[in-house]
Design a protein around this ligand. Structure first.
Ligand code: 5BU
Length: 489
């Protein structure tokens, strides 16, 4: 039987074939032009696709442990999807009228329900989340409880954030980023289309009242998102002390560059810390590849970190049960917790991996980056995995400094940092080794990175100091552009 992921890919490709997903230039309801158009109303003409979507939505709801007493479809495109889900699951359905009837009973909600029933909203596409919020208001006024919405496509333009601010969790079957990835891999769209849609997503975050968070003119109502709030202001919102410190270092050094110091000798590691150190905010190590490791190396690294004012991150990617990771973090020859300000962690074992790491440190002047998406081709991070990982991060704000991911919509909280590897000026991927590169501008503007990780682009350069300087300048300029697109109007 096809996996959930394969069924999802199949549906995305079919939606493109029937032109429910279109690329070009389209005028949106909110008045801006969009390079992508998503309209699932035509799906009723393709019963098989409709059925597949409803089945996937139901499977997805089960994966997310979503349970409810009522389903509510939002007219029009989501109504048949909700009806099919209701028919399969035998969960009854209610329907919100677009307008209250002018005669007879002025019911807002059609269908039978009891006050206090838990209702999940089913929607086809979410942009700012305003239609869903209107539905929530009406359902609440009729006494129904609404805590989640199931969406087929999240356009990643602020909907998830706007809904969560109102206490409604958005669970999306797929995002625009996922659609781009699937259609690009299937050879149905080219890189230019991918780039233009990514730029558009980063540049058009929308508040539910219709105002744009970026890059349209700033209005008094604008509530800047993570992508548009300057690092200085975000330092105050960081709960983890290392994240706050890192944001301050970034501002004082005007650097959002992390060097990936993937070298195998102690002398090269220290030489890189000295040459690239002045231009980076973060120095990332894989300490287990150093062949002549000794405690002295750590002393030298700490001295370089102090001299050049950068933080140290060991990219250990812990991924075991809590008890084991607590030992791996604090014991052995590397004693990582004694020197690394930050470490990377895979959320795959569940929350215990974080509690395990936390149990190994007595003070919390340590933090971690949770790896929720990877840069490598064919990596297994599904939308469901990303969403569940983000839920884990919310439970440990004291220890999670940020998220390692590849797409701009993943991190909403301005107090968390998005760290993104896979950056190079020439963007030449490394073939069968799987790394996929983006330019400094794209990584910050389109993919939403706060800090970009550059390894071979710097360490294999003839002059690493000069290369670090060049990456730093380009990355910082991209950050300033991202922020000023809202600020300077
Ligand atoms: P590169 O030489 O710029 O490709 O090095 C990238 C570094 O980032 C390298 O140390 C990887 O281990 C690390 N990395 C990555 O490339 N992709 C990921 O998704 C994660 C880490 Br997580």
């Amino acid at each position: 039987m096809a996996s959930f992921e394969n069924k999802l890919k199949d549906v995305i490709i079919k939606l493109h074939e029937i032109e429910a997903l279109k690329f070009g230039m389209f005028k949106m309801k909110v008045g801006i032009e969009s390079p992508v158009y998503v309209d699932l109303r035509s799906v009723i003409s393709y019963p098989e696709i409709l059925e597949n979507i409803a089945d996937l939505m139901w499977e997805f709801a089960a994966l997310r442990n979503i349970e409810c007493d009522q389903l509510c479809g939002v007219p029009y495109a989501a109504l048949p999807i909700a009806a099919l889900m209701s028919s399969r699951s035998k969960i009854p359905m209610v329907m919100r009228r677009k307008e209250a009837k002018k005669y007879g009973t002025k019911k807002l909600i059609e269908g039978k329900f009891n006050p206090g029933d838990n209702c999940v909203i089913v929607e086809d596409v979410v942009t700012s989340g305003s239609s869903v919020l209107e539905t929530v208001v009406d359902l609440h006024s009729e006494g129904l409880n609404v805590t989640s919405v199931l969406v087929v496509v999240d356009r990643e333009q602020g909907g998830s954030h706007n809904l969560s601010e109102k206490g409604v969790a958005m669970n999306s079957l797929c995002t625009l980023s996922k659609i781009l990835q699937v259609l690009k891999e299937a050879g149905q769209i080219n890189q230019d289309v991918v780039d233009s849609v990514r730029k558009y997503i980063a540049a058009s975050q929308i508040h539910p009242d219709g105002t744009f968070l970026t890059p349209q003119p700033r209005t008094e109502n604008v509530n800047p998102s993570r992508l548009t709030l300057p690092f200085t202001a975000r330092a105050d919102q960081a709960v983890n002390p290392v994240a706050a410190k890192l944001l301050k270092v970034m501002v004082s050094k005007q650097s959002n560059l992390c060097v990936a110091a993937d070298v195998t000798s102690a002398s090269r590691l220290i030489s890189l810390a000295e040459s690239a150190g002045p231009y980076v905010c973060l120095f990332k190590t894989h300490i287990d590849i150093v062949e002549d490791f000794s405690p002295q190396l750590i002393q030298d690294l700490l001295a370089a970190a102090q001299k050049h004012n950068f933080l140290l991150m060991e990219d250990r990617k812990f991924a075991d049960i809590g008890h084991t990771v607590s030992l791996q973090y604090s014991q052995g020859i590397h004693k990582i917790s004694s020197w690394a300000d930050l470490v990377t962690v895979h959320p795959i074992p569940g929350e215990g991996v974080i509690t395990g790491l936390k149990s190994a440190v007595t003070n919390l002047h340590r933090g971690c980056f949770l790896v929720v998406e990877m840069s490598s081709a064919g990596n297994l991070a599904s939308p469901n995995y990303v969403a569940s990982s983000m839920e884990i991060s919310k439970k440990h704000p004291d220890f999670v400094a940020g998220i390692v991911c590849q797409t701009s919509g993943t991190v909403q909280n301005p107090g968390l940092l998005q760290l993104t590897p896979g950056v190079s000026l020439d963007c030449q991927n490394d073939g069968h080794l799987g790394q996929q590169y983006n330019s400094p501008e794209d990584i910050v503007m389109s993919r939403g990175a706060d800090i970009a990780v550059v390894g071979r682009g710097i360490i294999q350069a003839t002059d690493p100091a000069q290369a670090a300087q060049e990456y730093r300048a380009k990355l910082w300029a991209a950050y300033e552009k991202r922020v000023s697109s809202v600020k300077n109007v």
